[in-house]
Ligand binder design. Structure first.
Ligand SMILES: *Cc1c(COP(=O)(O)O)cnc(C)c1O
Length: 477
């Protein structure tokens, strides 16, 4: 008698099925330009995803067919060159293969003495070098910048209040901590303050100047007012690449203020931080090397498949002491599988973790930082081209400066907010290009965020042409 397991009964049949799946996904990327960016989901297909829980097995060939027919065509489309909505990376076939290798290995990156953990440590050293951080800095792969920002707030809290806050909690610590960021910062920073128990009201929202950068005078006077009111300023989050218009705060100016006021200086560089890989763009981020922590995503401008966020911390000891927790079942040894402490689980909230580091390690090796930096620079050149095209079209209006890779514009008309909202939907439903919208000084703008390495000049031409056509049609109607 042999026990059952979940491996294939017929490995040969399974192998040809596996190769068919691989071929389908390679074809998907190779021929992605022949597809619409996105398409409206037919109601019957949506409804088909309300089946009962399967008790009996189904054939993998049929599941694969279903994936190709009902799932693949109706994803958001961020791999497509016409996708320029929100801030999404495009991924690469190389990254896809790395995901397969990692999934095949199925190792748990919480810890233990294994080379996959060394791969993640190698990555931390590379990230340290990208940002010019000192020896002793530490880093951790996380889901995304939202999680990385949360981790940064927790480390800053512990650094300010001392380790006992981890046992006694905020109420016992007594200090009224307040943090600072700009009105252009991503909402996940307020969410991080909320999740850390400090409350989103403890985040002071500092206004921005015409270019979308934090107003340093307003920051200083707000800090002074808070100190006078008996509060404890502890955290300052600058942004390298704001989500709306791609503005970069004066990071060196923020670093000076953080030093003078003894604040933890954090940079949310979700997409913008990796501009460090481009020698031409890196000077725009001057001051980032002075941060106490940096949150960013490899899944945006790094083109690593989702999800691949990162937190880098200057003081590795402060990082570890915020999260390590002794437990008998996680006891460390000097030999055997339980050797090699500290482990990644000592640096963040997750114990079990996938081998995310592999796809990033493979991506960095496969392309090299120079090529990745060149692609980032290219996104900015494509954005400048779009800006230029918009300035040439009397019917279009540029809504914000273009510091990096995001262009906000609109079709000039009466009731412009409503018309441009409808243009954005029409563009998405056309399947030609998919921008998103945002508000710039309270006015609705069509927003093209050039993040995907596949997005080039011809997609900008298509965007301008289609916007003009839909705009004309809508004002005629
Ligand atoms: C995308 C983004 C975030 C959120 O990052 P996730 O990886 O989606 O969690 C935070 N800040 C900025 C500036 C962003 O662009």
């Amino acid at each position: 008698m042999s026990a059952e397991n979940l491996d294939p009964a017929d490995w040969d049949a399974f192998r040809s099925q596996a190769h068919a799946m691989l071929d389908d996904m390679l074809n998907f990327t190779q021929h992605i330009r022949e597809r619409p960016v996105w398409q409206v989901i037919p109601p019957d297909i949506r409804a088909s995803f309300r089946e009962p829980l399967p008790a009996e097995p189904a054939d993998l060939t049929q599941i694969h067919e279903r994936f190709m027919r009902d799932i693949l065509p109706y994803s958001a489309g961020n791999a497509h060159p016409g996708f320029m909505g929100w801030v999404n990376g495009g991924g690469t076939p190389v990254g896809m293969l790395a995901e397969m290798l990692a999934a095949g290995l199925n190792t748990n990156l919480g810890g233990r003495d294994q080379i996959p953990v060394e791969v993640e440590r190698q990555l931390a050293l590379w990230v340290r070098d990208i940002f010019g951080f000192p020896q002793g800095a530490s880093g951790l792969h996380v889901t995304g910048t939202s999680m990385a920002n949360f981790i940064a707030v927790l480390i800053a809290r512990t650094a300010r209040l001392g380790l006992t806050v981890r046992q006694t909690g905020l109420a016992e610590a007594g200090a009224k901590l307040v943090g600072y960021t700009s009105s252009a910062a991503h909402l996940c920073i307020a969410k991080a303050m909320d999740m850390s128990g400090l409350g989103s009201d403890a985040l002071r929202i500092i206004p921005v100047n015409r270019d979308g950068e934090m107003d340093l005078d307003a920051l200083q006077s707000t800090i002074a007012r808070d100190r006078a009111a008996g509060l404890t300023p502890f955290f300052l989050a600058g942004t390298a690449g704001t989500v709306d218009i791609g503005a970069i705060d004066d990071l060196a100016g923020l670093a000076d203020i953080a030093r003078d006021e003894s604040l933890w200086f954090h940079v949310d560089g979700a997409f913008g931080a990796l501009a460090m890989l481009s020698p031409e763009l890196a000077p725009l981020l001057s001051g980032i090397e002075r941060a106490d922590s940096i949150a960013f995503d490899f899944h945006k401008w790094g083109q690593v498949p989702y999800d691949a966020g990162y937190i880098l911390v200057r003081d590795g000891a402060a990082h570890q002491s915020t999260f390590d927790f002794p437990a008998a079942y996680l006891r460390r040894e000097t030999r055997g599988l339980a050797a090699g402490s500290p482990w990644p689980c000592d640096l963040g909230p997750d114990l079990s973790r996938g081998f995310r580091a592999l796809k990033t390690w493979v991506t960095l090796q496969s392309f090299g930082t120079q090529k990745l930096g060149k692609m980032i620079r290219q996104s900015c050149a494509v954005a400048q081209y779009l800006k230029h095209r918009i300035e040439q079209e009397p019917q279009l209006e540029l809504m914000a400066p273009v510091a990096l890779n995001i262009v906000c514009f609109r079709f000039r008309s009466e009731d412009a907010d409503a018309i441009n909202r409808r243009i954005a939907i029409a563009l998405q439903e056309s399947g030609i290009v998919a921008p998103s919208t945002t508000l710039v000084d309270g006015a609705l703008a069509i927003r093209a965020a050039i993040v995907n390495h596949r997005t080039g000049f011809s997609e900008m031409d298509a965007l301008v042409t289609a916007t003009l056509a839909f705009g004309a049609k809508l004002i005629d109607a």
